[in-house]
Design a binder for this molecule. Structure first.
Ligand code: URA
Length: 257
């Protein structure tokens, strides 16, 4: 069943409310003008066709030498997924349950980059599946993009013990994987959520507060990067959800249509 404009406005308002963002709607809009505020008018594109299932990666065999960064940069999706699944480039391979490669459309307009898998993601092998993931889904849906229409990946593919911050050496070891994912997806825009994702992606130590204030560009591809809060932070600090919505509006400005 196809949704009417009214239905989708209503749905978007519900999603924004679920995010904790109040949306003001005028009682009566003058004829011929949009009936709601900008947030409600976040006209998202049509639903995407279902994504193809991920091929089951065949992990590299124990004792096989780790692929060099140069080799990773040449890989296709299947080789990359298999290499990540068997990765032993850093000690996190000893404590992980499994690697968390990433999920979503391989030709997505939006690539979401988070920090690293948490306990639930480590168990399930998929990024952002806990409470923070549910909030991320609501944020994306408010923008008109369901989880299945974006690609979601992390700076690290393995869970750091007790969810500590990634070590620089771990980030370095994992960097070729994210770089290759970015090259393969070739997104229109990247959304970096949280300080760790933003600082590592943009190779800066500026605080999140400053990074959020402007649009960045990932070189050499020239991909726009929007920085926002990590959804886990927003769960603890709901007052900042309205600012996160401002970030998402900046993201939308960099999307086609
Ligand atoms: N937090 C992240 O940054 N990534 C996940 O996959 C889950 C929680």
């Amino acid at each position: 069943m196809r949704m009417t404009g009214d239905d989708s406005d209503k749905r978007r308002r519900t999603l924004l409310r679920r995010m904790g963002i109040d949306v003001w709607v005028p009682r009566e809009a003058p004829a011929g003008t949009p009936a709601a505020t900008e947030a409600v008018d976040a006209g998202g594109p049509e639903p995407a066709p279902p994504t193809a299932p991920e091929p089951s990666p065949q992990p590299a065999q124990p004792g096989e030498p780790a692929a060099s960064g140069h080799a990773v940069a040449q890989m296709d999706w299947q080789e990359l997924a298999a290499t990540v699944a068997g990765c032993t480039r850093c000690p996190l391979c000893e404590s992980r349950t499994q690697t968390v490669f990433g999920v979503g459309r391989r030709d997505a307009d939006i690539l979401v980059v988070g920090e690293a898998p948490g306990a639930e993601e480590d168990r399930r092998g998929e990024p952002f599946v806990g409470r923070a993931g549910q909030l991320l889904d609501s944020m994306l849906q408010a923008l008109g993009y369901g989880r299945e229409r974006v690609f979601i990946a992390n700076i690290l593919k393995c869970r750091p013990p007790r969810n500590r911050d990634p070590e620089p050496a771990e980030v370095e070891a994992c960097r070729p994987y994210l770089e290759r994912q970015i090259a393969l997806v070739a997104p229109r825009v990247i959304l970096a959520v949280g300080r760790v994702a933003a600082q590592n992606l943009l190779a800066t130590d500026k605080p999140l507060r400053m990074l959020r204030q402007r649009l960045h560009t990932l070189e050499p591809q020239g991909i726009p990067v929007v920085v926002s809060y990590h959804p886990a932070y927003l769960l603890r600090s709901p007052a900042d959800k309205a600012k996160a919505w401002d970030d998402l509006k900046r993201l939308r400005e960099n999307l086609p249509g």
